[in-house]
Ligand binder design. Structure first.
Ligand code: CUA
Length: 324
């Protein structure tokens, strides 16, 4: 796997850059205020050293106004107000800049949050181009993506720190986030709203790539799955049979009778970098372990442990590895 970034301080899209600028401004202003308060506090302590607790308090300032102190207070209030107003203005300007992403020829993705994985429907309104995948987004570099957000169960939050801020996925509502990756790379997204036991393991891999590679990927994703007929491995028909009996109730593999809608679409599972919503690398051993006993990795997951005999599990792995 290439280096996976999950870092808002290293923006890889124009919107993350706007957000980082706002963050930097906030950090500097707040650091300045903090330093000023600490210095004033130290100065007060230093002055207090010279006072005598036995002496009567000096109340002359009640009769004679202290012009110096008065001036300092006016300045401090003015500076605080200026600091707060500039943060407010910067916030509004950042919000505007985020909303102004050009979206001509944007790609359209519907992202559905489930306990605890992501369903991605590409170009849903275009029958010739639509396809479904899970837990992995591909984005063409330099081209905007309009991502429509839905939730199938509870509130989740999409956050891909290298590309944009957070957006909630709320049951029964439709939200939208527009973003653009400006540099090639692999970025990690994360559910950012507590949604149950496996909230921390609800990851999303985002692969930003050249227009050509993105097109090639979409062409491959639109194809139905490798069928037993066009594969050479003798185990494949058996693996397919095992899948039909054990997995098809929950999972779809386009081009086969498997059409379950409870779990992720597995049509091109083998093309993905990870499984279990970013938790495990997509390798035969990990996949077999996951299929054998998913709840031991993710307590609470809908996926039950399997009772497959070892031979059937091996045949199933052969079949799943062919789902390229
Ligand atoms: Cu989904 Cu937290």
């Amino acid at each position: 796997m290439p280096d996976v970034l999950q870092d808002m301080l290293r923006p890889r899209g124009i919107q993350a850059e706007h957000i980082l600028n706002l963050w930097n401004l906030t950090l500097w202003i707040c650091t300045f205020v903090f330093a000023a308060v600490v210095l004033a506090f130290i100065y007060a302590l230093w002055r207090a050293r010279n006072s005598n607790p036995q002496a009567a308090p000096d109340l002359t300032s009640l009769a004679v106004p202290e012009r110096g102190v008065h001036r300092i207070i006016v300045w401090a209030v003015a500076l605080s107000t200026a600091g707060l107003v500039s943060l407010l203005v910067a916030d509004v300007l950042t919000g505007r800049a985020l909303a102004q992403l050009p979206v001509r020829d944007a790609i359209h993705i519907e992202l559905v949050g489930h306990d605890w994985w992501w369903e991605a429907n590409y170009e849903k309104d275009d029958p010739a181009h639509r396809f479904t995948t899970a837990n992995e987004l591909h984005l063409p570099v330099g081209r905007a993506a309009i991502i429509t957000l839905h939730s199938a169960d509870v509130i989740h939050t999409l956050w891909i720190p290298n590309l944009h801020g957070k957006k909630d996925l709320i049951p029964g509502r439709t939200a939208e986030i527009r973003l653009r990756a400006d540099k090639e790379g692999v970025y990690s997204g994360q559910c950012a709203e507590f949604c149950g036991m496996e909230h921390a393991r609800m990851g999303l891999t985002v692969i930003a790539e050249s227009a050509e590679r993105y097109e090639a990927w979409t062409v491959a994703q639109r194809r139905p799955a490798a069928s037993a007929a066009d594969a050479k491995a003798a185990q494949l028909p058996r693996g397919m049979q095992v899948f039909a009996n054990a997995c098809a109730g929950c999972h779809t593999v386009r081009g086969t009778p498997a059409a379950g809608l409870i779990g992720p679409d597995l049509t091109h599972l083998a093309s993905r970098q990870s499984i279990a919503a970013g938790m495990l690398p997509n390798r035969r051993g990990q996949l077999a372990a996951w299929v054998a006993d998913a709840p031991s990795f993710k307590p609470g997951t809908t996926m039950p442990p399997s009772t497959l005999p070892p031979d059937d599990l091996l045949a199933l792995m052969d079949y799943m590895e062919a789902l390229k």
